[in-house]
Design a protein around this ligand. Structure first.
Ligand code: ZN
Ligand code: ZN
Length: 393
């Protein structure tokens, strides 16, 4: 059999040299790879049956993951497919002939493994037909509902096992926060539904990508619940963002030290000005190191002013924006940090996106008669920066 593998390896070398990347048919190439993937599944399953992993004192899954340089999840998948293909000649043949792809075969194999728990067998011919007829996502959904119909108890147990796998990591890296996580079906749907509701474009000038709007939606949700004051207090204090800044930092003066979040992460003076504008910022360090509670004393709008502002506006004042006024915060047309007064004529309700656009995005708001006009920055800075890269000095 080693000869066979050598032939395959030399064939692969020739293939790489002979086949032009521009002319090879991707579907045929994918079928070849899928067929080999199926072969790998059978090979690792046989190795498990022989107990190769026991020789090195590892679980079969860990051994396959290490030997084949794949993740433990992928290793478990290969072992499951290898095991099931042995008793499913029709699915095996469909995978080998390129009739169905590897991922579809994997869905069928996992379904068979699940229903085996109650000694049931699936109709292979029908499932090969399903794999040909439906998209991979639909096939997964049909397989899940079939499993539920055949073995509701087993399905429920698996759902609870999935629930135990839930996790969310929030880490700081490259001056940004990174989120990674797993949510079970219902919880994930709740988060996705809420984010989708807030991730629609806001006005015609909204040029954010889908993923940027989703990221903003999550931040906006967090700001909203904090602004509403509905989160439980911690140590007697309502949860809020804490920024340490100086008067110079707040004004964005040259030579001022960077303002910092509680975590020590630096934020730009423009961000600090926005936080000061809507009353999020609560503390400023004066030159003599005296901490002043500016948020309470000069909070952007008093409850009465805020009520009057809401009576004037139903939505965010950004161009074409339909975010309800309850989802906005008061912006000072003449910046608060530049001495702008907190009176009604100087206040404008802006949603998170538009408020950020005005402070950090370089847009300008100018009064025009009774109303206001939003002016985009004269010159859009075209260069962009990837996370982790710094501007050249
Ligand atoms: Zn503002
Ligand atoms: Zn808006």
């Amino acid at each position: 059999m080693v000869d066979g593998l050598e032939k395959l390896e030399s064939g692969a070398r020739d293939f790489d040299l002979l086949v032009d990347d521009d002319f090879v048919d991707p579907s045929r190439l994918a079928a070849v790879i899928d067929r080999l993937q199926g072969k790998l599944c059978k090979v690792v399953n046989r190795a498990r049956q022989r107990g190769d992993h026991l020789l090195v004192g590892q679980s079969a899954c860990a051994w396959v993951a290490r030997t084949c340089s794949i993740s433990p999840t992928s290793a478990a998948d290969r072992l499951c497919v290898g095991e099931q293909l042995e008793s499913m000649p029709r699915v095996d043949q469909a995978l080998r002939s390129g009739e169905i792809g590897y991922q579809a075969a994997s869905v069928i194999c996992h379904l068979q493994k699940h229903v085996s728990e109650i000694d049931a067998r699936i109709d292979e011919e029908m499932w090969v037909g399903n794999a040909r007829k439906f998209s991979l996502k639909d096939l997964r959904d049909i397989a899940a509902s079939t499993w539920h119909a055949v073995d509701p108890e087993g399905f429920c147990t698996a759902v609870e096992e999935n629930f135990e796998r839930r996790q969310l990591f929030i880490s700081e890296t490259d001056g940004m926060y990174r989120l990674d996580g797993w949510l079970e079906a219902e919880g994930g749907a709740a988060v996705k539904t809420a984010i989708d509701a807030l991730a629609k474009p806001l006005g015609v000038a909204d040029r954010r990508s889908n993923k940027q709007r989703r990221a903003d939606a999550l931040v906006e949700m967090a700001h909203h619940v904090m602004n509403q004051g509905v989160l439980p207090r911690r140590n007697g204090v309502r949860p809020h963002i804490s920024v340490t800044t100086t008067i110079d930092g707040l004004k964005g003066e040259l030579g001022a030290a960077a303002s910092e979040l509680q975590s020590g992460m630096p934020v730009s003076s423009k961000t600090v000005q926005r936080l000061a504008c809507d009353g999020t910022l609560s503390r400023v360090l004066k030159a003599d190191s005296v901490v002043t509670d500016v948020g309470r004393a000069t909070r952007s709008a008093s409850p009465a002013q805020w009520r009057a502002l809401k009576a004037r506006h139903q939505w965010c004042a950004g161009p074409g924006c339909d975010r309800p006024v309850n989802w906005t915060s008061p912006h000072h047309i003449e910046f608060w940090s530049h001495g702008g007064a907190s009176n009604l004529t100087n206040l404008l309700p802006l949603c998170y996106y538009h408020h950020r656009l005005v402070h950090e995005g370089g847009w300008q708001v100018v009064r025009a008669g009774e109303g206001v006009r939003f002016i985009p920055p004269d010159r859009v800075i075209a260069r962009s920066r990837a996370p982790g890269m710094r501007w050249a000095a």
